[in-house]
Design a protein around this ligand. Structure first.
Ligand code: C2G
Length: 135
């Protein structure tokens, strides 16, 4: 069984996330998503709308996702790859080159991001949408 691993916050789920998860899963037979904890998000200067537990529940309902485990530190990737017998590490190409050190342990694949969508953009547009401003 070829096991794939990927990392992320996955807040306010959108089609860019789904495109990534589908392609990552298609690289193998089993996909482990390492989901950023609320505490780790602070280290990434991100504040997720949904809690870790809710983001985990949402991810576990996606047919491309086989397992969700927590991400607490930047440094845990090598241990995650070894402990989970991972064959392929996959991330969006906004991270291109950043995780090449894992090539010693598994294949490293950077997948093209889906253009025109991001959680940050969604938040911004909702904030500025006059239709949502209280009358
Ligand atoms: N993504 C994408 N297209 C988008 C938005 C996101 O392909 N339009 C991908 C990202 O490249 C990433 C995954 O979806 O591979 C999850 O994105 P985020 O939740 O923003 O994750 P990020 O903050 O990049 O977390 O240790 C690594 C970090 O935890 C990565």
């Amino acid at each position: 069984m070829k096991k794939v691993i990927t990392y992320g916050t996955y807040d306010l789920l959108h089609v860019g996330h789904i495109n990534l998860l589908r392609r990552a899963r298609e690289l193998g037979d089993y996909l482990v998503v390492v989901l950023s904890s609320d505490e780790f998000n602070l280290l990434k200067n991100k504040t997720a709308y949904h809690s870790y537990e809710d983001r985990k529940t949402i991810l576990e309902s996606i047919k491309y996702v086989d397992e969700v485990i927590p991400e607490f530190t930047w440094e845990q990737k090598t241990k995650d790859v070894i402990d989970n017998d991972i064959d392929i590490f996959a991330m969006g190409d906004d991270w291109k080159g950043k995780f090449d050190f894992l090539k010693e342990y598994c294949q490293v694949v950077y997948l093209a991001r889906t253009e025109g969508i991001s959680t940050t953009q969604i938040k911004e547009e909702l904030k500025n949408d006059d239709r949502l401003k209280s009358k």
